[in-house]
Design a protein around this ligand. Structure first.
Ligand code: SF4
Length: 348
């Protein structure tokens, strides 16, 4: 039987500095062990520009590979071990529909600056760039929403309504200033009956993995682990976030585990996010504290990237048969603009 782990080590050695393997924190440990760089969406996007390798093999879902290809330098190729690994949330705001809604808003006298979560495809990022907007991640959503509100009278945040909602709460934007749009196949549904004049319009999308975490899960954790601390990702629903002890990006959750392990040994930290990350943190800090997942939360698409798929992708790179991620040249400039506006606004 083939020892895939050893094969990958051999292939990586063969490619040497021509290769960089990047991976998202939600990847399984069997994949993460081979990554040269791991991070959340923001860290990985930021690091792509510094990578000199000719081949970037990106262990993550489709939009991440596309974003990497967008930021990659000339002559660099980005490969996805499994191009079928897609983020369902990233498909909830198709570019053509988002454009139509932006046009309808402008025609109705309520133009909006689009602010798109990085979990979107390049076509959507291009529309956002074209309409003067930017991209954001869960780590910088607060900074970027403040930025977007300075660019115009109102902001269209898409596609994750929960991240938009939670960020608005952090900025003190009242519920009466927010509205979750009703959108159908032909754009706004009954536009005249919607309060489109509000400062923050939220696209009705979400991450099914985080949105399914519930108040009952929080209550169950408090009962099972008296005195525990509960932290969740801001893609969770606002009612869940509001009854937890803190919420923040993937990087925040990792730092929180590190902090609790160092400062409150023997305590229990409950984390509401993708379970691969929670399990890794539980193993890392097992001697200092107990870390448990808030509830079952596995992203089936992230799980499509396996060690075997990574091995096959590296083999294809060595053989010269790998198919890199290709970004439509017409979309490159406006999409890059949306991403670079974020990097500039956040001083990165
Ligand atoms: S966890 Fe949610 S946002 Fe992240 S890739 Fe999976 S579906 Fe998309």
């Amino acid at each position: 039987m083939v020892d895939i782990t050893r094969e990958i080590v051999t292939l990586k050695r063969q490619l040497g500095s021509r290769l960089c393997v990047m991976g998202h924190h939600y990847q399984h440990d069997s994949v993460v062990q081979h990554c040269d760089i791991t991070g959340d969406s923001l860290e990985l996007a930021r690091r792509v520009a510094d990578v000199q390798a000719e081949h970037i093999v990106f262990c993550g879902v489709w939009f991440m590979g596309e974003s990497a290809a967008l930021l990659a330098g000339p002559g660099q190729q980005v490969h996805l071990p499994n191009p079928d690994a897609d983020c369902l949330m990233s498909r909830m705001s198709p570019a053509s529909l988002a454009r139509l809604v932006l046009e309808q808003l402008a025609e109705a006298g309520y133009p909006a600056v689009p602010l798109a979560y990085v979990n979107t495809d390049v076509a959507l990022k291009a529309v956002v760039g074209e309409y003067g907007g930017a991209v954001c991640t869960s780590a910088n959503a607060k900074t970027m929403l403040r930025w977007a509100l300075r660019q115009g009278e109102r902001v269209l945040f898409l596609p994750d309504r929960h991240l938009g909602d939670n960020t608005a709460t952090q900025l003190g934007i009242d519920q009466t200033e927010r509205h979750v749009l009703r959108v159908g196949a032909h754009g706004l549904v009954q536009a005249k009956n919607q309060p489109l004049n509000r400062r923050l319009l939220l696209w009705p999308g979400c991450c099914a993995i985080h949105a399914r975490l519930s108040l009952e899960d929080v209550e169950g954790a408090r009962a099972a682990y008296p005195g525990c601390r509960i932290v969740v990702h801001p893609e969770c629903r606002e009612e869940v976030v509001s009854c937890c002890d803190a919420a923040g990006s993937t990087s925040f959750l990792i730092k929180e585990a590190e902090r609790v392990a160092a400062e409150v040994p023997g305590s229990t930290l409950v984390i509401g996010t993708e379970n691969n990350l929670v399990k890794r943190l539980a193993t890392r800090y097992a001697k200092q504290c107990r870390i448990v997942p808030l509830a079952h939360a596995i992203c089936g698409n992230m799980a499509k990237v396996t060690e075997k798929r990574l091995w096959q992708a590296l083999g294809a790179v060595v053989e010269g048969t790998a198919t890199p991620v290709v970004v439509d040249e017409n979309l490159r400039q406006p999409a890059r603009l949306a991403l670079t506006r974020m990097l500039t606004a956040c001083g990165q």
